[in-house]
Every structure is written in structure tokens, then in C-alpha cells.
Design a protein around this ligand. Structure first.
Ligand SMILES: NC(=O)C1=CN([C@@H]2O[C@H](COP(=O)(O)OP(=O)(O)OC[C@H]3O[C@@H](n4cnc5c(N)ncnc54)[C@H](OP(=O)(O)O)[C@@H]3O)[C@@H](O)[C@H]2O)C=CC1
Ligand SMILES: CC(=O)N[C@@H](CCC(=O)OP(=O)(O)O)C(=O)O
Length: 314
């Protein structure tokens, strides 16, 4: 039996990455639309309703429209946009979020794929709030740098245009109201929104995100080793998320935005100083990999009851 898949927005940045990961998988049949039909509502309605699972790789408004075009009670949806990440009736598509979440996802009809930044943030923070090491009301911040493909076709055109890249490094989110903050707050278990200080770098893909913590000011002054142990336990056995051993991260002098390359891996680090009671938790991923297409394909596998890492680049 084959599962019919339709990617709405299949020729955009994320859509193309997903298509590459689905190629050559006989258990899946990809429904596609011609170039002239790919934005035609009638053609999209047919494809959306014919598919068993659709993956939306669209701007938010078009993603909402696509969901409204589904008029059967059967087609399952994985939405890569921001439109439904904190919406009622949708399950957040981060299988590693907490024990039991993967099983909840497997039963879901509507799945919202996480944003690339929240993927790194939640991977670092959620195990710590669950373990009681990070108080729910602690003031948390995250900074980081992303490849410019995170901004889709328009930002790629901006950085790869004839006039050359506009900058080497550009901080943004200066209004402290980045669109990822609601999902970062809701699924981390934190009581207050984190301060989020993102930047885009002149590199096509890749991402490093950092959460610094003053352990010495926290209740019980948790150790760097305790933070590391909680993260290591949370992802034990994961084929996708790796926590780098403390001895290995202690020997590192730098962490490059290209650390995981063009893969679907998510690699976590605990850079700490027990004496000063300070830690820099860091996540390295590909914004187009585990930050988008890799996560969508992982969720598709879970929904279809297929091996979770099929088609992933690990
Ligand atoms: N890039 C990234 O790293 C990540 C992206 N996402 C999210 O994934 C979604 C897609 O992003 P991305 O691939 O980067 O964006 P792109 O701009 O690269 O691609 C979007 C695609 O959607 C098409 N499209 C727009 N409106 C419609 C419509 N009404 N009907 C059919 N197709 C339409 C566009 O067509 P056209 O080619 O004609 O413009 C384009 O091909 C967004 O919601 C984004 O926020 C999520 C995580 C990470
Ligand atoms: C570099 C850059 O601009 N990145 C995008 C996020 C990319 C992403 O995660 O996508 P969603 O739009 O699906 O949330 C941003 O910060 O808005």
C-alpha cells in the first residue's frame, strides 16, 4: 500500500528540500501539479483532497487557505508555516518535545512543524524545565545566527543578487516580538516569553542558537554537569539529536554556523564553567534540515507509521 503525498508550495525553498528527501521511496506516491496549476485553487483543492498526507510549504495566509480547501475528514496535514503552531486542534511537530509526544503526534490529523529557531531553543530548554533544573519563571534569553535560506526565496535573492550580499551579519527581531516567540514560550513550559535576539549571516544554510544561563543565581545553584546530564538523558538513543560529551565540548575553541552541514541532525552542546557557575547551552542545526524539511519528513514518517528516519540525511 502506498501513501499519497502532496506538497503545496513544492517548488519553494522548503518544498524542494522535502521533495529531495522523498525521492526514491516506493512506499510513498507524490502527487504534483504543473507549473500553470500550482497556484490554482481548484487544482490545489483536488490535490489536497486526493492526498493521504499534505505538507504545506507556503506563506502563512496561503497555508490557512489550503487547510480551508480540504473538505474531507480524512486528509492529514503537516504545516511548515507559522500559521498553526499555537492553534487549537493542532499538535506541535517536535517529536522529541517530551515523553509521550511522539505517540500523540502519530495519532494526530493536524501537525504544525516547528520554526527553525524554536527547534534549537526547545531542544535545549524543555528537558531542563521538565527536570526542574530551570525554574518556570526564570528570565531566559536566546541569541543566534541563521543561514539566509531561513528567509525563503526572497532572502536568498537578496543575498545572492547581482549586487552581492547586503551584509556579513545582520541582527534582527529588534522589536522583541519575533513570530517564533509564542511557540518558544508555550512549548518550553516557561511562564514568560524569552528574550530572543536572532541574526542572519552570509551563509546559505546553517544555524547556531545559544541560551546562556547564570547558574550561580538559580535556586540550588545547579551544576554544569547536571544540565548536561539532563540533556543527555532526554535524547539517549536518538538517531537525530546528539548531546556532545562535556570533555569534547570543553576542548572546543569555536562553534561554526555550518557545524551540522546540510543534514537533518540536531547537535547540542553545554559549554560551562563550574567555578563561575555559568553555562552557554548551544544548538547547531540546518535551518532547512531539522529546522524545516527534515522535521517535516520525520513527522510524515511518524504519521504514516514508517521508520522515523526514512529519507533523512543523518
Ligand atoms: N526556509 C526555512 O528555513 C524555513 C521555512 N519555514 C516555513 O515554510 C514555509 C515556506 O517557506 P520557504 O520554503 O522558505 O518559502 P519560499 O518563499 O521559498 O517558498 C514558498 C512557496 O510557496 C509558493 N506560494 C505562495 N503562495 C502560494 C499559493 N497561494 N498557492 C500555492 N503556492 C504558493 C511560492 O510560489 P512562488 O515560487 O511563485 O513565489 C513559493 O514557491 C513558510 O511558511 C516558512 O515560514 C519553516 C521553517 C524554516
Ligand atoms: C533568517 C530568517 O529570517 N529566518 C526566519 C525563520 C525561518 C523559519 O523558521 O521559518 P518560519 O517562517 O516557518 O517560522 C525568521 O526569523 O523569520
Amino acid at each position: 500500500m502506498t501513501t499519497h503525498i502532496f506538497i503545496d508550495g513544492g517548488v519553494g525553498t522548503t518544498g524542494l528540500e522535502i521533495r529531495e528527501r522523498l525521492a526514491g521511496r516506493p512506499e510513498l506516491t507524490l502527487l504534483t501539479l504543473d507549473e500553470k496549476d500550482r497556484k490554482d485553487s481548484r487544482a490545489r483543492r483536488d490535490a489536497l483532497n486526493d492526498a493521504d498526507i499534505v505538507i504545506l510549504c507556503l506563506p502563512d495566509d496561503a497555508a490557512r487557505e489550503a487547510v480551508a480547501l480540504i473538505d474531507n475528514g480524512r486528509t492529514r496535514v503537516i504545516d511548515a508555516s507559522t500559521a498553526h503552531r499555537v492553534a487549537d486542534g493542532w499538535t506541535y511537530g517536535f517529536p522529541e518535545l517530551e515523553p509521550g509526544h511522539r505517540e500523540k503526534l502519530a495519532q494526530s490529523r493536524f501537525v504544525a512543524n516547528p520554526g527553525c529557531w524554536p527547534t534549537g531553543f526547545l531542544a535545549l530548554v524543555r528537558p531542563l524545565t521538565l527536570a526542574g533544573l530551570l525554574p518556570r519563571d526564570w528570565p531566559v534569553a536566546m541569541s543566534g545566527a541563521s543561514g539566509y535560506s531561513g528567509g525563503g526565496k526572497s532572502m536568498i535573492a537578496e543575498f545572492e543578487g547581482a549586487e552581492g550580499a547586503p551584509t556579513a551579519f545582520r541582527a534582527y527581531g529588534l522589536d522583541l516580538a519575533h513570530k517564533h516567540i509564542p511557540e518558544m514560550t508555550r512549548y518550553s513550559g516557561l511562564a514568560h516569553p524569552p528574550i530572543f535576539a536572532p541574526a542572519v549571516a552570509n551563509v546559505h544554510r546553517g544555524m547556531v542558537a545559544e541560551v546562556p544561563l547564570q547558574l550561580r543565581a538559580m535556586p540550588g545553584r545547579p551544576s554544569v554537569a547536571a544540565m548536561h546530564a539532563a540533556l543527555t538523558a532526554a535524547y539517549a538513543g536518538s538517531p537525530i539529536v546528539t548531546v556532545v560529551p562535556l570533555a569534547e565540548s570543553a576542548a572546543m575553541t569555536h562553534l561554526r554556523v555550518e557545524h551540522v552541514g546540510a543534514t537533518d541532525r540536531l547537535t547540542l552542546f553545554v559549554f560551562g564553567n563550574e567555578e563561575s557557575g555559568q553555562v552557554r547551552l548551544a544548538a547547531a542545526l540546518d535551518n532547512l534540515g531539522k529546522g524545516a524539511a527534515g522535521a517535516a519528513v520525520q513527522n510524515l514518517n511518524i504519521l504514516a507509521g514508517l521508520p522515523e528516519t526514512s529519507g533523512l540525511r543523518l
